[in-house]
Design a protein around this ligand. Structure first.
Ligand code: NAD
Ligand code: IPM
Ligand code: MN
Length: 358
């Protein structure tokens, strides 16, 4: 029997609440399949850990995580610890430390998902956002000059390396070719006269190797508008770290809400483990109430199954989410229901079916 070793970082706020349900789903899948199992190892890292130990994770944290087949993360960040510390010392540290330079965020309107847009059909919101996840606006470079003085100046430098930009754009072209879909680059060359001019140039250069892939290029402000007005324009989307962060919350909103949006942080070389998480945060406003929507985290469980080559099970998890939403009886308040996190996790788990393998 194959054993997948998963490092679990439940983290802060609703993180542990939603992750419990994702783990339930994975265990049920393994039980139904019979040919593999999951071994979960929990790491207590996060803001509480910081408050008692003075650090977000152990000093050799990355070393400890290296041996795992994947990392399953809830959420990081909570009032009481400054966000730039909690995030840089845990979430961003893992993304960068393990060179998870591809952030894959599906924006797809599942059956039964609540959509705030008028007159939209299911097939009109079906995109894959491929976000650069290792550098760009998140390079962490900058300076704070004359701090506290009237003439203080703060610099936040974006870093767009040839290697960093080319590899994410190439990854996106490959994906578009594989799926036979169009590729849209989202950038901002009109105002960001270095970084995004370079981005656009690389997008065109690499594109010459993929004459079969139909391309579009949008400025990010216009793209945000089209996400809402004509989301069907987008199929595969490639964009920078910050723009990808922002447009995927917008994407989540049009495809059922933050409670339903998942993301995979992939290290394509597989030298290091990849990390799977909901794209939402720790939701301090509802933490501890047992009403957080676990569907995003369950969707990321489906991404884990895909990643291990069990695409059939990944699909089955999405089917089960759809069944629960279509019935509409067991949903959390953000989706208009009255059920608890646990009840929704239980409902999805209960829908999973054994199917005949091809
Ligand atoms: P958030 O995503 O935590 O919450 C935004 C809003 O969406 C809140 O009203 C929240 O209640 C709601 N929401 C989010 N997830 C939900 C779910 N599963 N079910 C129901 N409602 C849900 O964003 P925020 O409030 O801006 O950030 C809170 C903290 O989380 C901050 O510390 C932030 O830095 C951190 N954060 C972490 C991650 C991560 O770990 N990947 C992502 C985003 C934000
Ligand atoms: C996300 C989050 C993170 C990001 C934050 C918490 C650093 O918003 O995963 O979308 O900006 O990448
Ligand atoms: Mn975000």
């Amino acid at each position: 029997k194959k054993t997948y070793k998963i490092a679990v970082i439940a983290g802060d706020g609703i993180g542990p609440e939603v992750l419990t349900e994702g783990i339930k789903v994975l265990n049920r899948v393994a039980e139904l399949d019979g040919s593999f199992e999951f071994e979960f190892t929990h790491f207590p890292w996060g803001c509480e850990y910081y408050l008692s130990n003075g650090k977000m994770m152990d000093d050799d944290g990355l070393e400890q995580l290296k041996a795992f087949d994947a990392i399953y993360l809830g959420a990081v960040g909570f009032p009481g610890v400054p966000d730039h510390i909690s995030l840089w010392d845990l979430l961003l540290k893992i993304r960068k430390g393990f060179d998870q330079y591809v952030n894959i965020r599906p924006i797809k309107l599942l059956e039964g998902a609540p959509c705030p847009l008028k007159d939209i059909s299911r097939d009109q919101i079906d995109m894959l956002v491929i976000r650069e996840n290792s550098e760009g606006e998140y390079a962490g470079a900058g300076d704070w000059l004359f701090k506290g003085q009237p003439h203080e100046v703060v610099l936040q430098t974006g870093v767009f390396s040839r290697n960093g930009v080319e590899r994410i754009i190439r990854y996106a072209y490959e994906e578009a070719r594989k799926q036979g879909k169009s590729l849209t680059s989202i950038s901002k060359g009109n105002a960001l006269n270095y970084s995004m001019v370079f981005w656009d140039q690389v997008f065109d250069e690499v594109g010459r190797e993929y004459p079969d892939v139909k391309t579009h290029s949008y400025l990010v402000d216009a793209a945000a508008m089209f996400f809402v007005k004509q989301p069907w324009r987008f199929e595969i989307v490639v964009t920078s770290n910050l723009f990808g962060d922002i447009i995927t919350d917008l994407g989540a909103a049009i495809a059922g809400g933050l409670g339903l949006a998942a993301g995979a942080n992939i290290n394509p070389t597989r030298e290091f483990p990849s990390m799977f998480e909901p794209i939402h945060g720790s939701a301090p406003d509802i933490a501890g109430k047992g009403i957080a929507n676990p569907l995003a985290t369950i969707w990321s469980a489906s991404q884990i199954l895909d990643f291990f080559g069990h695409d059939d099970w990944g699909k089955e998890v999405l089917n089960s989410i759809e069944k629960v939403m279509l019935e509409g009886e067991v949903l959390t308040p953000d989706m208009g229901g009255q059920s608890s996190t646990q009840e929704v996790g239980q409902a999805v788990t209960g829908k999973l079916n054994i199917f005949l393998k091809k």
